[in-house]
Ligand binder design. Structure first.
Ligand code: ADP
Ligand code: ZN
Ligand code: ZN
Length: 676
């Protein structure tokens, strides 16, 4: 006998109240997740329409109390069914409950009711001076891409494309033309863009073409506003949505194209259950709608480029800057040599000279410190003690203006100790490489210089990031200092110098993507220089001047980087050559976390043929919020075998739930973005 969980009122708020029905034999092969069905409902058994969320082979409810599904409705409006089907795919692929997957795809109505104001577009386009948004004529390279796409599209070919275009090559104009074509055919477009890369210039360009038929979603958008956009999408009042990964779940009736800009960005991977990757879900969504997919980047992810070379994706290239600007000249500076020459400041001699020249000639500079995988920790120079959070097992970071040390995970904050808690020495110091220290250094070097600083501390307020960028665009400062936040997508024609202070900090991040991320950040950073008329210069300071990520980034040579990187991935057995999954257990009771991990790893060893199991071991961050964490990793040639093992583990956990054997909380993560 087959059973179905059916939901009557399908909304974000109501998904935890599905009802079980019997699937009659004659409907068995027609029913699937997402199917719209008629069911007898309530006391009077009146017929109601509902959606099947899930099918199952057994039910704990006594048979006499169950009713049968009456019929299947073949409705014209398949939008809701598709979203449920997508939620089911996400649940199956990544491991979560159906309820969590549904909450992900369905917008919340409740928030909409409680907060029903809204008058302007909310994207701030009206407050910004008109930048460089004149209607441009596509150049030959852009035209070639658009016309090839259009030819295929008109022939009914649905494909996955990788648009590999250097920074400033004009990818946005290509997207706009492609979207126009698809929208003209009466279909809709979803364009994902990492929030950090969504600039006013981009928004304005889209508004120029699509007016109020484009909606822009960002995280400052309240849940209620998201709901309103979803309603507009459902009713075909908008054709285009631009937003972060959740924009994938916009309920358009007929999606014709999904674009994922800056496809290499880590932000496309969800860090909450279900830990889905927007690139993968985009492919599934496109498949369901008969849409094409375009991934775009100046530094494609190793995964996507691998697929393009294998022929899974069609590769398009844009090799020239659209404005005709030349690529910047890049210089690598060896910090070890600087130290030997007696320079103890964080600015090498070359960077000092060029900064002075740039500012004196009225141009602008950006200074970038790559802090990924590094937090301004405090340690003792006498005994080596690092001061850590007692709850999370990570180093605390110094907040100089508050005179405190704080934890980035749980917010724990203490007064900065004057002496080492371990040996009593006075020499407790921070590794001086934060943006505040750089700002101080610049001011010392160039008295009177106007600086702006942008990092996690200065941008906690929603609008402060935009304010800083706007002030810099209006040349209210000579130097912008920041973390990786400043390197994404921004187009400042006045910037002629980009300095990277310690390029190799991110190489030590301790995961297999460290080389890729370093290459990507350096290339994107270099791409910020010389976007205007004056050619740009880039100075990369590093302790590892021979590392291939740094050498190829300096040469702006993606293929050179890729060739070395893929050899490493192949030899070490990492994605995209192999598939990898992390299984993380956590519990207040350390033993429970450990034993659950140990048991599950054992299960995988016994079941998984041709699968490599690593661990379990204590996670890199062994404790978060007093929850102990253990992790093990699985490697395989095929994704399917990992998904199969995930199913086995889920089944085991479901069986144990409710018995006296308690298991820890378990998280599955395919292709983890960061080490646990
Ligand atoms: P990318 O996204 O590839 O980094 P953009 O789409 O932001 O590049 O384009 C970079 C700059 O080039 C923008 O200022 C844009 O207006 C301009 N641009 C794009 N296409 C053309 C073109 N065909 N002719 C002139 N300028 C162009
Ligand atoms: Zn000490
Ligand atoms: Zn903490």
């Amino acid at each position: 006998m087959r059973y179905a969980n059916v939901i009557v009122d399908i909304s974000h708020e109501a998904v935890d109240r599905p009802f079980t029905y019997i699937v009659p034999d004659e409907l068995a092969d027609k029913c699937r997740p997402g199917s719209r069905v008629m069911i007898p409902f309530g006391r009077g058994n009146s017929e109601k329409a509902g959606y099947i969320l899930e099918l199952k082979d057994h039910s704990d409810i006594p048979l006499v109390r169950l009713k049968e599904i009456s019929s299947i409705v073949l409705s014209q409006d398949a939008t809701q069914s598709r979203l449920i089907e997508l939620a089911y795919y996400i649940k199956e692929q990544y491991g979560s409950t159906m309820i969590d997957a549904l909450k992900l795809v369905l917008p919340s109505k409740k928030a909409y009711r409680s907060k029903k104001t809204l008058t302007d577009t909310g994207d701030g386009t009206d407050t910004v001076t008109d930048g460089n948004v004149d209607t441009v004529t596509l150049n030959d390279d852009q035209e070639a891409v658009v016309s090839d796409f259009v030819t295929e599209y008109d022939k009914g070919v649905r494909n996955t494309y990788l648009l590999f275009g250097i920074t400033g090559s004009g990818k946005t104009e290509v997207y706009i033309e492609i979207i126009r074509h698809v929208v003209d055919m009466g279909r809709q477009a979803i364009m994902l863009i990492p929030e950090i890369a969504l600039t006013y210039q981009t928004v304005k360009r889209f508004r120029r073409y699509f007016g109020d038929r484009v909606a822009i979603m960002n995280s400052t958008l309240a849940a209620g506003e998201r709901y309103m956009y979803c309603e507009k999408a459902r009713n075909r009042e908008i054709d285009v949505i631009i937003g972060p990964r959740s924009a994938l779940f916009t309920p358009f009736p007929d999606v014709g194209i999904v674009i994922v800009d800056e496809e290499h960005e880590g932000a496309y991977k969800s860090e909450n259950m279900p830990r889905y990757h927007a690139r993968e879900v985009a492919l599934k969504l496109a498949d369901m709608h008969g849409a094409s997919v375009m991934f775009g980047s100046a530094t494609p992810s190793v995964e996507s480029y691998y697929h393009a070379l294998k022929g899974d994706y069609k590769l398009y290239r844009l090799d020239k800057r659209a404005t005709g600007a030349v690529l910047p000249e890049v210089k690598i500076v060896d910090l070890r040599a600087e130290l030997r020459a007696g320079n103890r400041t964080m600015f090498g001699y070359a960077l000092q000279d060029q900064l002075r020249e740039t500012v004196e000639s009225g141009q602008q500079a950006m200074l970038f410190i790559n802090r990924r995988g590094y937090a301004g920790f405090v340690s003792c120079r006498s005994c080596g003690e690092v001061i850590k959070c007692p709850h999370c097992d990570v180093s605390l970071s110094e907040h100089r203006n508050r005179g405190t040390l704080a934890c980035h995970y749980c917010g724990y904050e203490v007064e900065r100790p004057k002496v080492c808690p371990n040996c009593g020495s006075k020499y407790v110091m921070s590794f001086k490489a934060g943006t505040e220290q750089i700002e101080e250094g610049v001011k010392k070097l160039l008295p009177g210089v106007r600086t702006l600083r942008m990092d996690g501390d200065t941008t906690t307020r929603k609008d402060s990031r935009e304010k800083i960028l706007k002030a810099f665009a209006e040349h209210k400062a000579d130097v912008l200092i920041g973390t990786q936040m400043i390197v994404k997508g921004h187009d400042f024609p006045g910037v002629t110098l980009v300095g990277v202070l310690a390029a190799d900090i991110s190489l030590g991040a301790g995961d297999y993507r460290a080389g890729e991320r370093t290459f990507e950040l350096l290339t994107q950073a270099a791409g910020r220089a010389g976007r205007g008329e004056v050619p740009g210069r880039v100075v990369i300071q590093t302790y590892q001047p021979d590392h291939y990520s740094i050498v190829h980034a300096a040469a702006q040579d993606y293929e050179g980087f890729y060739e070395e990187e893929i050899v490493y991935r192949d030899i070490a057995g990492y994605p995209p050559v192999k598939e990898i999954m992390a299984v993380v257990t956590s519990d207040k009771d350390e033993n429970a976390a450990y034993l659950t991990a140990k048991y599950l790893a054992g299960l995988c060893r016994a079941k998984g043929e041709g699968i490599q199991v690593m661990g379990p071991g204590k996670a890199g961050i062994g404790k978060i919020n007093d929850q102990h964490r253990y992790v093990f990793y699985l490697k395989s040639d095929a994704r399917d075998s990992l998904t199969g093992l995930k199913d086995d583990m889920e089944e085991y956990l479901a069986k144990k739930a409710g018995t006296e054997i308690t298991t820890a909380r378990v998280v599955f993560d395919f292709g983890p973005m960061n080490p646990f």
